[in-house]
Design a protein around this ligand. Sequence first.
Ligand code: FE2
Length: 181
Amino acid sequence: MQIEWLTGALLGPEVRRSQKTLGDLAGIFADRVAWEKMPAPQVVYRVEWWSPSAENTEGGLSWGTTTIEPGLVGSEYFMTHGHIHAKADRTEFYGGIQGEGALILMDESRRTWTEPMFPGSLHHIPPRTAHRVANTSNVPLRFTACWPSDAGHNYEIVRQQGFSSRLFRKDGKPVLVAAAQ
Ligand SMILES: [Fe+2]
């Protein structure tokens, strides 16, 4: 296995890859009208990862790199779907590689905050904290991640309840805005 540190790209036969398009992210962005006018096959982000241990292996670790394209749906930045870990006490590291963005975090009381992501930023995602990443720059945002093999991904909580705040571009800058309920 190899990692190209300048981009986070993973190289090797065990690398797995997936991508999410605008069509895959139905209901995730606030401005549904703007979303419907955009091409469904347009890629929002790609993930490549290495899981040497099978999923759900206690004590195992996975490593991945995510690339989020620059873009907006209405005035909301392109972002990942977001999840909380199925085993809610599991934590995770993220590290910024290229571009600028924001790690959006929400705790169990639905308090949402952000941490700026940039080349060299390092982030610890606490237990029981939902997380997603938005690209606030004009270039692809690349970040690397390391998580426990048995963390699991609960996407349902985001689909059903969303985050309590969203990151919009206002006057060219990212602003966290309380979501309409
Ligand atoms: Fe995670």
